[in-house]
Design a binder for this molecule. Structure first.
Ligand code: SAH
Length: 346
């Protein structure tokens, strides 16, 4: 076995490749054309042509952390900070519900202004008004008891990317106060509590090697998350990584396909970062094996403020209000946006 196409066949049969061969596929620009149609057929076996949509509400850009890559890091004094009130969040959900959204994702920086009680009350508030909807939280690292409380309040899913599965690489992206060990502890806690768990990583983050990416895939095999979100690293002008090169679009697309082959059941979004780095990024992500998009449902006045990286898109197709355009664009490439909770099928 020495050909790229042989390695990809092994992946499609959902058998394992040794690290070295997996690394070759991860790094090979030629692999994309071979991977995408195979990933698409695996995706169609499990999810047909359906594209699930999630209404993303970025409810606070305050953050206590200082991740070197992130535009809303605590140390960025240039960022204009905002928080949404519970009423504002509920009105986003009401608007989203009318637009057909049946999952709401509450994402934010690690903002301790929102106590566990506040987060529980947000979750119960949404669930009371929209019992047929799923609530996804993405509010970072917490104690297990907090995760349990949110779950008991009705939260269904939790997104927490591991960012990178190598300790040494993790250290290069984060300050001392954060650790990969705690990140993983959070993910295992979330899983044990019963959440549908999402993890993932950035593609082309500074100092990332092919071995790092292989380790990311290995960690995901161990975790078996329900959702896997990836996107290219994109630099932000007011961070320590302002002069670092952006991640590669084609490698990000390639990894979407590899993820689909390795995790046939997974919910894989065509992320905002993919849509930011390339005008057809989301469509290409869907064609390469992704089956979820997460349009922005935050109030217009704050959209530009949740600036994780430069030029982050938040209007146009990215906007929940433009779901009609998104539907057309997805139909144009042969897929169908559905109004459903879109739980994982495993
Ligand atoms: N505080 C939450 C949400 C973080 S923002 C948490 O810790 O989970 C969501 C994701 O955006 C992060 O997990 C990270 O992978 C991604 N992100 C942050 N900065 C980025 C950048 N500069 N380029 C690309 N993705 C970035």
């Amino acid at each position: 076995m020495k050909e790229l196409s042989d390695y990809i066949k092994v992946l499609q049969e959902n058998s394992d490749l040794p690290d070295k061969e997996l690394g070759l596929v991860v790094a090979s620009e030629e692999a994309n054309v071979l991977l995408a149609p195979r990933a698409d057929s695996v995706r169609q076996e499990h999810y047909g042509k359906d594209v699930y949509v999630r209404g993303l509400i970025e409810f606070t850009n305050y953050c206590r952390n200082n991740c070197y890559y992130c535009g809303i890091r605590a140390g960025n004094t240039q960022a204009l900070r905002y928080r949404l009130t519970q009423e504002e969040i509920l009105s986003c959900c009401a608007e989203g519900y009318d637009l057909g959204f049946r999952t709401f994702v509450l994402q934010g920086g690690e903002d301790l202004h929102f106590s566990d009680k506040d987060i529980c009350s947000l979750v119960t508030g949404i669930k009371e008004k929209h019992p047929d909807c799923a609530v996804t939280l993405s509010v970072g690292e917490k104690e297990r008891a907090s995760y349990k409380a949110y779950f008991d309040a009705g939260a269904d899913r939790y997104l927490l990317r591991h960012e990178t599965a190598c300790d040494t690489h993790y250290r290069m992206l984060h300050p001392e106060s954060l650790s990969l060990a705690n990140r993983k502890r959070c993910l295992w806690d979330l899983k044990e509590i019963g959440y549908q768990v999402g993890s993932g990583f950035m593609v082309g983050s500074p100092y990332q090697s092919t071995e790092n990416l292989v380790a990311d895939l290995r960690f995901l095999q161990e975790l078996e998350p329900d959702m896997i979100g990836i996107g290219p690293f994109l630099s932000h002008k007011d961070t320590p990584f302002k002069n670092q090169a952006n991640g590669s679009f084609t490698q990000s697309i390639r990894l979407v396909s590899i993820l689909r082959l390795m995790f046939p059941y997974a919910l894989i979004p065509a992320t905002t970062a993919l849509g930011t780095i390339h005008p057809q990024g989301r469509e290409m992500g869907i064609k390469a094996g992704a089956n979820v998009v997460m349009p922005n449902l935050s109030p217009l006045r704050v959209r530009k403020l949740y600036q994780l990286y430069d030029n982050k898109i938040s209007t146009g197709e990215e906007s929940a209000q433009c779901i009609a355009d998104l539907k057309k664009r997805m139909e144009g490439i042969g897929y169908k946006v559905v109004s459903a909770r879109g739980d994982v099928k495993r």
